[in-house]
Structures are given as C-alpha cells and as structure tokens.
Design a protein. Structure first.
Lengths: 404, 395
C-alpha cells in the first residue's frame, strides 16, 4: 500500500526544533519534504547544539540536525539574494504545503510573505509556527522553547511545593507545537481534498502549549485558586509516588486508585502489621497520613530490586513501573517490540538512531530510515531535477553564491 | 469559511480508568475543535472522569470535575451499555469516519467488517501488542517508563512529574495525528485502518535531545533541577530557572546570534539600573561561544545574573525582555497567563457555558485563515443527546 502522504510535496523554511520536526512527521508518511536552509546563517542544530561526531563541531557532524530533519531532502539558498528568493518561489509553486517557523515577519522581509507564497500557488496550505503567533503586541518576539515552557505555566507545576520549580529537561512546549502543527496541516489537507481550498495556519507555540494546561487554567478561572507544584501527589490516587530502590538512583513509580486496589496492594506487600490499620482502608484515611504511608512504602521498596517490586505489584493488578533512564529506553522490550528505534546511514555521522512515531498505522506504517540531509545535499537533484535548471545556469548561480 | 473537518463524524468510547479515558477524550476534543461532529459514548452511569477533582466552584459533583469539563467541550454525548448494546454501537459506527476508543470495545477486524472505511484509533498505556500490552498504568507509570520522569527533578532527590498529568494530553494528541494520517491514506485507498497509540512511546517524544546524546555520544542525560544540559561540548550546565524579586524567571546564557544579542542587552540593562556585574559586562558578546565555556566560567557569569534578577519582578523582567527583543520569560502561573496581553490581543479566551455559568476556556490551538475556531458548546450532560443521536440511529 502507498504511504499516507504519497504525492504530497512540502517546502520548509525554519530551524531548530519547532518547525522542522513537523516536516519530519510528514516525510515519515511519504511526503517529499524539501528543507530550505542557508550556509550563511546555519541552523543552531548544525552549529550551536551538541552532540557532534567525536565532539568536533561541524554542520554535517551534528546529531541534532540529522535527527530533527529525518527523511527530508535538503537544499541551501541565500535568501538575501533576489535570485535565491525566485528559486524558493519556484519550489513553492511545485508544493502543496509550506512550513515556516521564523519570528513573525521574517520571511515577509525576504519577499516570502503569505501573499507572495499564495501568488506562487493559490491553494497552498501554509503553516506559520512561531513563539507567540503572527499578530499581537509580542508577535515579533524571538524565543526558545525552554523559556516559553515557563511562560505557559508548566514549570510552576513541576517540583516540590517549598522548593524552586525545576525544568522539563528542554524545550518541552516545542514538541506540543510540533504535534498541533502536523495536525493542523493534515486537517487543512483533508479540507483541500473536499473543497480545493488552501489555508493559512497561524500557530502560536505558546497557545498550543496552553491546550495541555486547560484543566489548571479553568481551575483558576472557576475557583480563583492558583494551581502550583505538588511533588508527586495526585488528586485521586493515594498512595501515589516515586520510591527508592537499592540501586544508585534507582526508583520505582506506583499508584493506588481505589480502596479495592489498596487491599491488593497490602497483599503484595505481604500484609504487614501497619497496613492492617482500618484508618488506612479509605482514600481519605490514607491521604490524611500520606507522609507516613510514603515512608512505610519506601522501607519496603528499598528491600528489593526495582524489577521485583514492579513484577510483584503488577501481579496484583497494581499500577507500577520502573523509572527508566534514557539509556535504558534503548533496551526497553516494549519499545523494541513497537520498533520505536530505527537506524540510518549518514555521510557525516556514520550511523544514527532515529525514532518512529508513537502511533502505529496498520496499513500505511511510517518509515524512519533516512537521516537528515547534509548541508546542500540535494541542491542538484532539486534545482536541476525538480525545477529543471540547466547545467550552465546552475553553475552560474552557484558561482554567484545563490546556493550558499 | 468551512471548518477544516466539517462533515467528519467521530465516535469516542470512553474507558474505565482515568488515564485511558482522558487520553481518548483529548484526541476526540482536538478533532471536535477542528469542526468534526464528535459523539462521546459513556456507560449508563457516566464517564468516571466526570467526578475527578478539582471541581467547578470547589463543589464536588458527578458533572463538576474540571478535567471532564476541559476535555469534553465541543462534543455531544450518549449512553450505551456495552457490550450489551453492541448493535446500537454498530449502527452508530455505520455513519462514522473515526472511532477513538479508550478500551478495546471493537477490535480492528470487527470494525473493518462493520465498516471498511472506518479509522479505528486506540489509546493505551503501552500499545495493543507486545510484552506490556494490557498492563494498566496511570500518568505516573507511563511517564516513568518513557525516560521523561528520570529527566525531571533535582539530582539527589526523587524524580517529579508535572502536577497536572501530561501523558494523556500527549497520547491523545498523537491519536488525533495518527487518525488524520489514516484519513489521508483513506482518500487514496477508500479503506480505514488501525491506529495503535502507546502512551509510553508518546512520552519518549518529549525529550529527543537526550536520545540523540545517548545515540551519538553515549552520554546519558540525567535530571539537573533548574539546569539545562546539552549546550556545551565540555560538559557545562546552564541555569534555566532563576529566583527574582517576587517569584521565578526563565533565562539561559547562550550563544548564537540571538543568544549573543541577549547577552549584550542584559549587560546594558544592568548598566541602566546601575547594577555592577564586572564579569558579565566585560564579556565579549560579539564572539561569545557557550559551547566551550568551562563550568567555572559559566558559574561566575551566572552569579552576577542571579544577583541582578533578584532585584527585579516577574513583570519587570517580562517588559524588559520584550522591549529589548531578548530571550527569556517569567515563570508564569495560571493568573499570569489569564492576564497576558498577547493572549488577550489574539482573543484566545472563549467564554463557554458550563452548568449554568460560563468559563473562559483556552481557545482553539491555531488561527485558520485568520479565524480562531469557536467553541460551539460546553461538555454534554449525561445522556443529553441520547434521543437526538440514538433515536435517529434506531429509527
């Protein structure tokens, strides 16, 4: 069977995570995605962000770029030159979708604003994804996801109540915006199939992120309270937490969701004397003594291996899981079963690991077997092959630095 | 202007635990926001998420859970006693394009025999097959299994999860995405297919750089509290959450064109305020390279930045970074978000009726041709559309 987006062409202007990863999902489902970049202003994922192969900096040695641009073709254009902009518009004319993720107004200053793109092709689907959206007083503000995550309110909700908030590792909100960006494009293509209409999508990464906080926002609006971080406590389950195991930095996560589950949990623990206290038989009773309960459970989890604890609890139907480190994910049997990790050859990095999407399609599965392009890797294939430039014309444009 | 998914019919079957029910509900909510007609199928006693706290106006009640309210706006709702009323479900599905299910009420083979063009999306903690298929898990366990939990928290303390459960949102988002890819394929093949979403795999997508570092450099990233890792080739870490006069702000010293601009702007801001920061102001920002700084050099710069930030409020910081076009934002809470000028200018909030009152809901996630999709209705009362939907089906 053909891929879901077979025959769809995408032209992409953007860098780092939030724009380019949108194109990767489309490429994994069969779209021909052409990533346009410039060697005169390198993508930070080629220049600033490690890891680099053998820790030596170089645009084709950058692991981040190869991962975030998997499955695409790559061309270089110096968009400060009018002839480069002309070529970009010819690419757009041959495309169904354009993705761009620069601060609002950036592409328009290069002659590639929405109007110009629409003139190249009237029924284009255009995704403009930026920090704060295309309109409003903060539209032009540049930003990175690690800080935008804080502005949306995620960090306020992460950590222990009496301590400094902690981070969600990196640009958490970017990946939410990526997901909604893909969804928006697919929905616009669905309408295009029915009506023939294009669509201009103005996606604010900030607003996309707030979708994942809707209950906490409504809680403030309805009740006037300001939700804040509460370590690992839950509003329903008790006990609910992360407990130590004998191994260094080894932890186990577990939760008890009902009084029936509590009875099973006691059996798993071996029915110790303290657990028979009738005061603990109800959720309200357990919540009133949660700190004491957590200490008791930690005493138990410290006595046995993480995997033994998880297995014992799961046998009794209790929700439990090992807190896996990143390295462990690559040996995780369930992720392996789903084929999450893939490998591909890359000219500058040797072999690189890639990730399949978290949803498995039974008839048109995603492919994740092509790493991101090296700088300008597909210039000839795209400008000669797709746009039909002659050898002389191509050489002359190259000599003038148009493909820089 | 036609809504993007106008005419699309989605059936959502809720589940019997909070995680599954929330994940499926979020998937269907996204499709509803894009204009699909979503009918939510609940058991006769109602979806258990209806009664998950916190509650509207702090009064406990079966339909007053704010998680329920947030996840189920824009939908119609019917009651079915499954599997007893399987025939009625089958009728309902005969006119549907997508089924999103939180428990395996209909397997893919049966669904295909009932309706070959139906897309069937299932959201489960670990996926429908494999060694952990069928193992129950809530947000905490799903997050633990994905590496995301190990990456959050302070190094010498237990890992922490986001207090508002996040994995149902991620998993629901990917279910909506997978269903839309399946619809794209259907346009060519006229056949539906199965979309099998794993919560665990969904949460692995929230930290790609950690996976890349492991893959390329065999370097394992671990939680560092408020500090960013992976910006240095000599192993330095950079602070990303700082105390300020009335809370916290998010800021990182970084390189690249925008990072260097930010450094210059912060140095001049310190100067305007008469703040003494000799190391920071003497730094050559035009050639600043964050990749090669030693931890000692980073710490020295950060000590001065920390002292400066303690003299300004969240609001001053936000105004300052906007004015100077530099990187950084305050660590906002829900009250700050509702007060945000940008969101107000973009008419993000949408007053939506809920149980005799109205609440300002976060609006749709994007503008399409300049318009933000409207919230058409609040969440359904239990059985509100039984007659309207099932009456028509059985007639």
């Amino acid at each position: 069977m053909t891929a879901a987006l077979e025959g769809t062409r995408v032209v992409e202007f953007g860098w780092a995570a939030a724009g380019p990863l949108v194109g990767t999902y489309l490429a994994q489902h069969g779209a021909d995605v052409i990533h346009v970049e410039s060697s005169t202003a390198l993508d930070p994922f080629r220049s600033t962000y490690p890891p680099f192969r053998d820790n030596v900096v170089g645009p084709d040695r950058a692991g981040m770029f190869a991962f975030y641009n998997a499955g695409k073709r790559g061309v270089t254009l110096d968009l400060k030159q009018p002839r480069a902009v002309e070529l970009a518009l010819r690419l757009v004319k041959a495309a169904d979708v354009v993705i761009e993720s620069f601060p609002a107004g950036t592409l328009a200053r290069r002659g590639l604003g929405h109007d110009a793109l629409r003139r190249a092709r009237a029924d284009l689907v255009i995704l403009s994804s930026c920090n704060q959206g295309q309109t409003g007083p903060h539209a032009q503000h540049p930003g990175y996801g690690s800080q935008l995550t804080a502005l949306a309110g995620f960090n306020e909700l992460l950590g222990e109540p009496d301590r400094t908030p902690v981070i969600l590792y990196g640009p958490y909100i970017d990946y939410i915006a990526v997901g909604y960006g893909v969804i928006a494009i697919l929905a616009a293509l669905e309408r295009h199939r029915r009506t023939g209409d294009g669509c201009i999508i103005d996606l604010s990464q900030y607003e996309a992120g707030l979708q994942f906080l809707a209950p906490a926002l409504l809680e403030h609006a309805a009740n006037g309270t300001v939700p804040t971080r509460d370590a690992n406590h839950d509003r329903v389950a008790v006990p609910h937490g992360v407990y130590p195991t004998p191994a260094d930095d080894g932890w186990v996560a577990l939760s008890v969701w009902s009084d029936e589950e509590w009875a099973q949990f006691r059996v798993a623990l071996g029915d110790p004397e303290w657990s028979r206290d009738p005061g603990l038989a109800t959720a309200a009773g357990r919540r009133a003594r949660e700190a004491e309960l957590d200490d008791r459970i930690a005493e138990w989890t410290r006595m046995r291996s993480r995997d033994e604890t998880v297995a014992t609890l799961r046998t009794r139907g209790i929700r439990a899981a090992a807190v896996e480190s990143v390295g462990e994910l690559f040996d995780d049997p369930q992720l392996a079963h789903r084929g999450v990790w893939r490998r591909a050859k890359h000219a500058g990095l040797g072999e690189v690991g890639l990730m399949a999407p978290p949803f498995a399609l039974s008839e048109t599965p995603a492919r994740a077997d092509r790493a991101g392009p090296t700088l300008g890797e597909h210039n000839e294939a795209v400008f000669k092959g797709l746009l039909g430039l002659g050898a002389d014309e191509y050489a002359s444009l190259a000599a003038d630095g148009v493909f820089a | 202007m036609t809504a993007l998914l106008d005419g699309l019919r989605v059936i959502e079957i809720t589940g019997d635990d909070v995680w599954r029910a929330s994940a499926a509900a979020h998937a269907a909510r996204i499709l509803a926001d894009l204009g699909a007609d979503v009918v939510k199928v609940e058991p006769p006693g109602g979806d258990l998420v209806r009664a998950v706290p916190p509650f509207l106006h702090d009064r406990a009640g079966a339909d007053r859970g704010l998680l329920w309210i947030a996840l189920n706006a824009n939908k119609r709702g019917v009651r079915l006693d499954l599997p007893r009323e399987r025939d009625r479900l089958r009728s309902l599905l005969s006119s549907a394009d997508v089924l999103v299910q939180a428990r395996e009420v209909v397997d893919a083979t049966t669904a295909a025999s009932w309706s070959p063009s139906l897309v069937v999306a299932s959201v489960t903690p670990y996926g429908l097959t494999g060694p952990l298929a069928g193992v129950p898990a809530s947000d905490l366990e799903v997050t633990a299994s994905s590496g995301a939990l190990a990456l959050a928290g302070e190094p010498e303390r237990a890992p922490v999860r986001t207090t508002l459960p996040q994995s149902p949102f991620w998993s629901g988002m990917y279910a909506a995405m997978g269903a839309l890819f399946a619809l794209a394929a259907r346009a060519a093949t006229r056949r539906g297919q199965q979309v099998d979403v794993s919560g665990q795999a969904s949460m692995v997508t929230v930290h790609p750089p950690a996976c890349v570092h492991w893959d390329v450099a065999k370097e394992e990233h671990r939680r560092l509290g408020a500090f960013l890792i992976g910006r240095s080739i000599v192993g330095a870490r950079f602070r990303n959450i700082w105390e300020c006069a009335d809370g916290h702000v998010s800021f990182a010293i970084q390189g690249g064109p925008i990072g260097r601009h930010t450094g210059r702007m912060l140095a001049s801001w310190m100067g305007e305020r008469g703040f003494t920061a000799p190391r920071f102001t003497a730094t050559g920002w035009d050639a600043f390279d964050n990749r090669t700084l030693t931890q000692e050099q980073v710490d020295a710069l950060e000590r001065e930045v920390a002292a400066f930030f303690r003299t300004i409020t969240k609001r001053e910081f936000f105004a300052g970074v906007i004015e100077r076009n530099m990187l950084g934002y305050p660590v906002a809470d829900a009250s700050d978000v509702y007060a945000d000028a940008q969101l107000r200018a973009r008419e993000f909030w949408q007053d939506t009726p809920v149980d005799g009152t109205t609440l300002p809901f976060p609006g749709g996630f994007a503008l399409f041709d300049g318009e933000r999709p409207r919230l058409r209705r609040g969440p359904p009362r239990l059985g509100e559309h039984d007659v309207e939907v099932l009456g028509a089906v059985t007639a």
